[in-house]
Design a protein around this ligand. Structure first.
Ligand code: PCA
Length: 323
């Protein structure tokens, strides 16, 4: 009887240890504000996973850079300072040049081309992240990137000397190749940088312009050049991932696919609605003239060659599969 009791106690405590070991909590670092569509979508994903895991996995979202600022998120997830996070991919070319493929100007100018580019680059991307201890879950594009300016831009010389807000190496390079003066800033710093005159132009989505109420900071023009569709990705620390059982891993991947589908649809909607919001706020929304367009396209061709050089054979095969 005594032995049976003992075994009973051991079995019960083993069971408790196992079940507590299985209940995981992940803190999800998000760089953009809670109302941004990427963050809202991530919150829905986190809640769905939490609910469907039956108590095994809880994901708490931390929007607006409250856990880690945008620039620190990838490293924080990689090193296990947090378990999961969403990060703007093309700001990490030094981590892996493949992460920059979606920010080469004029390579993909529609959602269907952006989708195609994503499809052909995904296997390499996932592999590159996996080698660095990260599990890729999903990626969602920002709406088409256009040119914002306080002043009207009618010629190549109007670009010269403009103080330009950049967000990655590609936007810094565009500025260099067009004679603008780049300063790299996170999206959360945009309103202040424009209002103080620190910058006077930028390339980003209608969504980010709308979220920054850019018209309140003297920005009158949005040129819809649809230069590229950069993506945010959601990644998990591999050690945290490997603590999940197979059924939970499968469920998370399934919810990631759902979030990816929803995110692309939200982005498409924003691409129309947020441009309308800019013009409703009194901004002039239009195209650049033919001379400027061809100037930007030449710059894009140069950058495409530069990227292919950096990305080596992996990059070459992605670009040729895309074309
Ligand atoms: N908004 C983010 C990245 C791309 C975009 O549309 C930003 O401007 O920082």
């Amino acid at each position: 009887m005594k032995i049976l009791k003992k075994i009973g106690v051991i079995v019960t405590s083993l069971f408790i240890t196992l079940s507590t070991a299985q209940a995981e909590t992940w803190n999800m670092a998000l760089a953009y504000g809670a109302s941004n569509f990427h963050s809202a979508n991530a919150k829905e994903f986190a809640d769905a996973v939490t609910e469907k895991s039956g108590g095994k996995l809880t994901i708490k979202t931390h929007p607006g850079g409250s856990l880690f600022k945008g620039g620190a998120i990838l490293r924080a997830v990689q090193t296990g300072q947090t378990q999961i996070g969403e990060r703007f991919m093309s700001a990490h070319g030094s981590f892996d040049p493949l992460l920059e493929v979606d920010s080469i100007p004029f390579v993909a100018q529609t959602y269907s081309d952006a989708q195609k580019l994503y499809k052909v680059s995904k296997p390499e991307l996932v592999k590159g992240l996996d080698e660095k201890g990260l599990v890729f879950l999903y990626a969602v594009p920002w709406p088409a990137q256009g040119l914002y300016s306080k002043k009207a831009i009618n010629s190549v010389s109007d670009l010269k000397g403009l103080k330009f807000r950049a967000y990655n190496s590609a936007t810094i390079r565009i500025a260099e190749l067009t004679g603008m003066k780049p300063t790299k800033l996170e999206a959360v710093a945009i309103s202040q940088a424009f209002s103080t005159g620190m910058v006077e132009s930028m390339i980003t989505s209608p969504t980010t312009g709308k979220n920054s109420k850019i018209w309140e900071n003297g920005v009158k023009y949005f040129y819809d050049i649809a230069a590229w569709f950069p993506k945010n990705m959601v990644v998990v620390n591999k050690k945290a991932w490997n603590k999940l059982d197979d059924a939970t891993k499968k469920m998370v991947m399934k919810q990631a696919a759902v979030a990816e589908r929803k995110g692309w649809a939200l982005s498409k909607r924003g691409n129309v609605a947020d441009k309308k919001a800019l013009s409703d706020a009194g901004m002039e929304v239009g195209k650049v003239n033919a001379a400027l367009q061809s100037h930007f396209e030449k710059v894009g061709a140069t950058m495409s060659k530069e990227w292919a050089g950096r990305a080596g054979s992996r990059g070459q095969s992605v670009l040729s599969a895309y074309k």
